[in-house]
Design a protein around this ligand. Structure first.
Ligand code: MUC
Ligand code: MG
Length: 371
């Protein structure tokens, strides 16, 4: 029977192409937690976890993800009877609580291997893709309006992105709204502008902010209030015609069920890391679909491995009204694949080869990994 022979967990720090300002942190580097699995049938596979700003975004850090995989996940997996992904994940889920990001990295590697073994792209293992490519927005987060407008114009010109998300919540509401509306005005009515407040506002601030953003033609407001304040999120989405999206409050399929039942948001941002893995993200998307909510393919600013995995999952969603933000690899200064993911005509092509359908550049990764 096929077994897992070895699991290596690598921390890879890659500088970003410019500082990336969010309400909770300013990033100048992203740390990829890469999982490399080798199997008794000779297959080698990859998974990835990322978070944002150490412990600024979620309750797992890159270092805790590595430690927990090495110390707790790996012995269980090396002793597992087989490398069957569902059985291996069940084994982990029986013994390990939480650790959604670490579970995502491990499940991705298990499914990448299974896809390679069966000669099927991950999307087909998940039931089959409905989209060969996905729309991808770009996040403008330099913190400077003129720079953001210039950056957006370059992206439109290069046909890389024609939807933009602005990170706000750090500055006074009026300044943040003026910034978003100035970008919207400069780029014109055909370009969709969204904002992500990353939980920075209380309900009163959100009421004031969203009213002004709605007047300024902003299409979507992401997680305006604290993740725990779901009642406020529900009131805000009922009150405004501008779409309100759940992000940090959505940590897997059960959350989608709860949020959808209480009509908490108009749009659900599904992320593979935040959901706890590939199958959980797929299920989260299915529950959201059943509820009638609109879907969005989110990112934890994954590098190429997690971005490819996310693309396979989102390609199986029947509808993805607000597109995706699978731009993570483009924010990084180093390429870790021997053939980069393909971004063209405002979309990311979903890889076609078996498993994740990517070829990590192992020599490059060796030179980039943390000692
Ligand atoms: C988030 O909250 O959506 C996604 C893009 C980005 O710039 O930050 C992330 C996290
Ligand atoms: Mg967000």
């Amino acid at each position: 029977m096929n077994k897992i022979d070895s699991i290596d967990t690598l921390l890879v720090d890659i500088p970003t192409i410019r500082t990336h300002k969010l309400s909770m942190t300013t990033m100048s580097v992203q740390t990829l937690v890469l999982v490399r699995m080798r199997f008794s049938d000779g297959i080698e596979s990859w998974g990835e976890a990322t978070t944002i700003g150490g412990l600024n975004y979620g309750e797992e850090s890159p270092e805790s993800i590595k430690t927990n995989i090495d110390r707790y996940f790996t012995p269980l997996l090396l002793n597992a009877r087989s490398a069957n992904p569902a059985q291996a994940m069940q084994l982990l889920n029986h013994s390990i609580r939480g650790n959604r990001f670490a579970k995502c990295a491990v499940e991705t590697a298990l499914l990448d291997a299974e896809g390679q073994r069966l000669g099927l792209p991950l999307s087909e293992l998940l039931g089959g893709r409905l989209h060969d490519s996905l729309p991808v927005l770009w996040v403008l987060a330099s913190g400077d309006t003129a720079k953001d407008i210039a950056e957006a114009e370059k992206m439109i010109e290069a046909r890389r992105h024609n939807i933009f998300k602005l990170k706000i919540g750090l500055r006074p509401i009026e300044e943040d709204v003026a910034h978003a509306v100035a970008v919207k005005k400069a780029l014109g009515s055909n370009i969709s502008i969204r904002v992500d407040v990353n939980q920075a506002w209380n309900e009163q601030q959100a009421e004031k902010g969203i009213a002004m953003l709605q007047d300024g033609g902003i299409d979507l407001v992401e997680q305006p209030v604290a993740a725990h304040n779901r009642a406020a999120l529900a009131r805000l989405s009922a009150r405004f015609s501008t779409a309100v999206m759940a992000d940090e409050t959505l940590c897997g399929p059960y959350d989608v069920l709860t949020l959808a039942t209480a009509h908490t948001a108009d749009v659900f941002s599904i992320k593979i890391n935040q959901s706890g893995g590939i199958t959980a993200a797929k299920l989260a998307g299915q529950v959201a679909d059943l509820s009638g909510a609109a879907l969005y393919g989110g990112t934890m600013l994954e590098g190429a491995v997690g971005t490819a995995a996310s693309a396979h999952v989102f390609s199986t969603f029947p509808h993805i009204e607000f597109g995706t933000e699978l731009f993570g690899p483009l924010l990084l200064t180093e390429e870790i694949l021997s053939e980069p993911l393909i971004y063209r005509d405002f979309r990311l092509q979903v890889p076609n080869a078996p498993g994740l359908g990517i070829k990590p550049d192992t020599e490059k990764i060796e030179t980039l990994k943390r000692a």
